[in-house]
Design a protein around this ligand. Sequence first.
Ligand SMILES: Nc1ncnc2c1ncn2[C@@H]1O[C@H](COP(=O)(O)OP(=O)(O)OP(=O)(O)O)[C@@H](O)[C@H]1O
Ligand SMILES: [Mg+2]
Length: 226
Amino acid sequence: MNVIVFASRKGGSGKSTLAAHLAAQVHKASRPCLLVDADPQGSLTLWHKLRGTNEPPIRTANRSVTEIINSAKRDGFEWVFIDTPPTLSAVVDDAIRNATMVVVPARPGVFDVNAVQDTIQICRSARRPYAVVVNGAPAMRDGSESPIVTIAREALAKFRAPVWSGQITNRADLLLALAHGEGAREYDSRGRAASEIGRLWAAIERSVKAIRGAASSGGTMHKHAA
Ligand SMILES: Nc1ncnc2c1ncn2[C@@H]1O[C@H](COP(=O)(O)OP(=O)(O)OP(=O)(O)O)[C@@H](O)[C@H]1O
Ligand SMILES: [Mg+2]
């Protein structure tokens, strides 16, 4: 079983958004994914209600996720996605300690990038693999990323933080899909939002395979305690 934790102490960076879109991308009867909403704000729970299908299944966690993870293992889930609050709290520590990999979304602003350091530090102390994902970025033009994204990548490189080479662009479709309780692919399977979420999922899967020792780590986006 693989546990993906979405964590950043910066509010509004995209933890719940990425967790919802990726869960909708991944969950199938043959590949069950359990959602864990560890944030009292309940964003993921709201999306799940809007979805109205009860799939993927969801649990809420207050202080610890360990029990939920243990029972998910017994129930045969392949994936567990945990959405966490924008705090430095016991439940965030617990989720990160249990993570196969931590996804740290960051908007490309200077304050946003600076704020990922606390979360990275927790991943390093817990010796859990992690990667920063640039989210809410300006659209690429003629195949080139916005200067603001380049500056963000340079700043992240100074912290020696592993960063996904792609980006999740700021797109109304991502918001519209959530408002319908859908993921990007369900909302518009041929849209650009769906293609970026698909690419991010492929990168996460590649990293998880390498972490599990089932593939080489060349070109993967994560690092152990980097
Ligand atoms: N790539 C994007 N394009 C458009 N809107 C986005 C994108 N990413 C996030 N948003 C929107 O920005 C807002 C904040 O995102 P989200 O709630 O996912 O952040 P969060 O990190 O979970 O916040 P919190 O720390 O408060 O839990 C939401 O309205 C969300 O739908
Ligand atoms: Mg959230």
